[in-house]
Ligand binder design. Structure first.
Ligand code: SAM
Ligand code: SF4
Length: 347
């Protein structure tokens, strides 16, 4: 008898790989609590129905405006509320962005993510410069993502017309827990930006963070929120809290690796057609743990030519280290604009 059956979980006998938008918390809890290797097996099975398991989408984050953010996200190195040692920097020149993007393309990266530590986008010269960056990096044959804070529908359309491929705006956790970690904006504000993105043909990148002090139920409520979006976010970043000295969450306990793997596998089962990105905090996982996350359905990562993701406060694996890891696992980097090509994505 299968471990799932032994565990008295008949629900999973009819585990389907449908695209669903109506997951109940009971179903999510029961899925999350499947005996771990059975959960990984099921997630790996579903993963193969929607994705090429030998492919890894690799992204590169570029901080185009760093630090001095007025928001109080209690995990963030870039908030002006906390002394984290980050050197604020104004909007980067387009040529510098292009230099980094060209090197990223040479390293096999298919998506460049332009991150600005803004509360929200403001029309004007700086946004016009970002639009120009989007056009120029797109012309390199790369997918471009932006994560610029809150966005109006009109701004989303302007980014779309500039050639943007994806917009990132994470919901981070459950609505209830969110208000304990951020007070300068609301969960509804986040959902409004996501709704604006969904009014365009931009793809959506939205996920969250584990290790903030949330409960498993908070994590599942986040997945319930994300999977209620139609269609599901095309990419779902799962960050592990990178503890930044000077922020209120610097002293949080580490997330046990089994909880990371459970979260990846559950995300895969709940949003089978989405890219599941193992994001911040991956650098703290050894290669075996990363491989288990990939087996469980993580098919996207950030990599970097420097040893950090956006700022020096959040470390990142290097292009070289990731090349060695993917080769050892018999995996290859996905070409740009190939999301969902393994199967026809519906939903
Ligand atoms: N300012 C934009 C915003 O808030 O949407 C972009 C911020 S950052 C580039 C994008 C995401 O990275 C955040 O929404 C958060 O989920 C994640 N993040 C930021 N700092 C982190 C940390 N220290 N550990 C883990 N994830 C983090
Ligand atoms: Fe600002 Fe974004 Fe950091 Fe929050 S996560 S403090 S909005 S840069």
């Amino acid at each position: 008898m299968s471990p799932a059956r032994e565990a008295g979980l008949p629900l999973f006998e009819r585990m389907t790989a449908d695209i669903r938008h109506d997951w109940s918390l009971d179903e999510l809890q029961a899925t999350h609590d499947i005996p771990l290797l059975e959960l990984v097996f099921r997630a790996a099975s579903v993963h193969r129905q929607f994705h090429d398991p030998a492919e890894m989408q690799v992204s590169k984050l570029i901080s185009i405006k760093t630090g001095a953010c007025p928001e109080d996200c209690s995990y963030c190195a870039q908030s002006s509320r906390y002394s984290t040692g980050i050197d604020p920097a104004g909007l980067m020149d387009k040529d510098r962005v292009l230099e980094i993007a060209v090197r990223a393309r040479e390293a096999g990266v298919s998506r460049v993510c332009l991150g600005a530590a803004w509360r929200s986008v403001r029309d004007g010269e700086q946004f016009d410069r970002v639009l120009e960056m989007v056009r120029s990096v797109t012309d390199l044959g790369l997918e471009v993502c932006c994560t610029l804070g809150m966005l109006s529908e009109d701004q989303a359309r302007r980014l779309e017309h500039a050639g943007l491929y994806a917009y990132n705006h994470n919901v981070d956790s459950s609505a209830e827990f969110y208000e304990t970690i951020i007070t300068t904006r609301t969960y509804a504000d986040r959902l409004e930006t996501l709704a604006n993105v969904r009014k365009t043909h931009l793809t959506m990148c939205s996920g969250g963070i584990i290790g903030l002090g949330e409960t498993v139920l908070d994590r599942l409520k986040m997945l319930q929120t994300l999977s209620s979006i139609r269609p599901h976010p095309e990419s779902v970043p799962i960050n592990i809290l990178s503890k930044v000295v000077g922020t209120p969450l610097a002293g949080q306990a580490d997330v046990p690796v089994w909880e990371v793997i459970r979260m990846i596998a559950t995300t895969r089962l709940v949003m089978p057609a989405s890219d599941v990105r193992l994001t911040a905090g991956r650098v703290k996982l050894d290669q075996t743990a990363q491989a288990l996350c990939f087996l469980a359905g993580a098919n996207s990562i950030f990599s970097s030519e420097t040893e950090f993701m956006l700022t020096k406060a959040v470390p990142s694996p290097s292009y070289d280290a990731d090349r060695v890891l993917l080769e050892a696992l018999g995996m290859r980097m996905r070409e740009p604009f190939q999301h969902g090509q393994a199967v026809t994505v519906c939903g």
